[in-house]
Write a protein that binds this ligand. Structure first.
Ligand code: SF4
Length: 339
């Protein structure tokens, strides 16, 4: 069994008018049947456009949102069925690093106070001096000076604040860290430093990561497996190298075609696949394949009526597309233009 296993997880938010459920709108199908496994010591990268449900899925693992259906197995326990007060132990073992480091750090607390708060709540570190010692050690591990203890969040740069966010997770000795857009608020030059730090910490502390990002370039190097989400569902999942070598789902192909080539000297000969239209509303997702309203290969009947399931096409590469084989073989007509 994997360390973290999600099985058919659904998070449906009832839309309310004031305090009353609005039947005319119904539910927002933020996450609609996602299954995935994260192996111990590995990194699972979850990518997709803003609004595809990836952050909600990450928060569902920590029960920060109500799970409508499905199971979240962590180390053999189904967190989705656990009474709220029993989640406490698991909250320590499953930590989250947020996108906006400044917004997630209390500006009135110094770094020692921010980091020791969770330790005291979970009974980690014994005396105040022992906790301080542990915090100093973690600050060194994340590349911050020991004198950071007495300073306040606004005294640090964006990259340093994200290191504080990582340290706050680490002091609780977690097994899994869910990193939600860990570098998207940072300058490009700082992004690589934070990603490298996450990799080093994983290696030295044996951590397991679920990294959520909208940017494929961010998850590429850090992830062992990548899942691509569209409108509440996984549409493709594969070992990182396989996904980059041969994306099979039309949505992944379009995302990949928009990633700039790293070396500006190298001529970009890739075909650009342009998606038309906006992401449909998760309150009213299209019938059939949810991507059919924007898919350049959509075929009339099947795509609009039957929802494809995620199927293994070999080597752990899974795709949810009725025509994945035909698209790969070039035997199905493209129905919309690309450049
Ligand atoms: Fe496109 Fe049809 Fe495949 Fe969906 S099932 S991705 S609409 S070809």
């Amino acid at each position: 069994m994997s360390l973290l296993e999600l099985d058919d997880v659904k998070v449906h938010f009832p839309v309310k008018k004031g305090l009353v459920f609005d039947r005319t709108v119904g539910h927002v199908y933020a996450v609609d049947g996602v299954s995935l496994q994260v192996e111990e010591g590995q990194t699972y990268g979850l990518v997709g456009e803003s609004g595809c449900g990836k952050t909600t899925l990450g928060r569902s693992v920590l029960r920060l949102v109500e799970i409508t259906d499905g199971s979240v197995n962590f180390d053999g326990t189904d967190l989705a069925k656990l009474p709220a007060k029993e989640m406490r132990t698991f909250r320590r073992r499953l930590q989250m690093v947020f996108q906006d480091p400044l917004g997630s750090l209390n500006p009135r607390q110094n770094i020692e106070s921010i980091l020791s708060e969770g330790m005291a709540a979970h009974g980690i570190g014994g005396t105040r001096e022992e906790r301080r010692e542990k915090i100093r050690d973690i600050l060194t591990k994340v590349g911050l000076p020991a004198n950071a203890l007495s300073r306040y969040p606004h005294e640090f740069s964006g990259g340093q604040r994200q290191r504080i966010g990582i340290a706050r997770a680490l002091v609780l000795e977690p097994d899994v860290i869910i990193c939600d857009e860990p570098v998207s608020a940072l300058d490009v030059s700082i992004q690589a430093q934070v990603i490298n730090l996450l990799e080093e910490l994983q290696e030295s502390l044996g951590l397991t990561y679920l990294v959520i990002a909208h940017d494929l370039a961010v998850v590429r190097h850090i992830s062992d497996v990548i899942g691509v989400m569209y409108l509440g569902s996984l549409v493709e999942e594969a070992p990182s190298d396989a996904l980059y070598a041969e994306p099979r789902h039309p949505y992944t192909k379009a995302l990949m075609s928009a990633v700039p080539v790293p070396d500006p000297e190298v001529e970009d000969r890739r075909e650009r696949i342009l998606l038309t239209g906006d992401l449909p509303s998760p309150a009213n997702p299209p019938a059939g394949c949810r991507f059919h309203t924007r898919c350049p290969w959509a075929q009339d009947t099947l795509c609009a009526t039957e929802r494809p399931v995620l199927k293994d096409v070999g080597g752990g590469h899974k795709v949810a597309c009725h025509f994945a084989a035909e698209i790969a073989a070039g035997t199905v007509e493209r129905t919309a233009a690309s450049v």
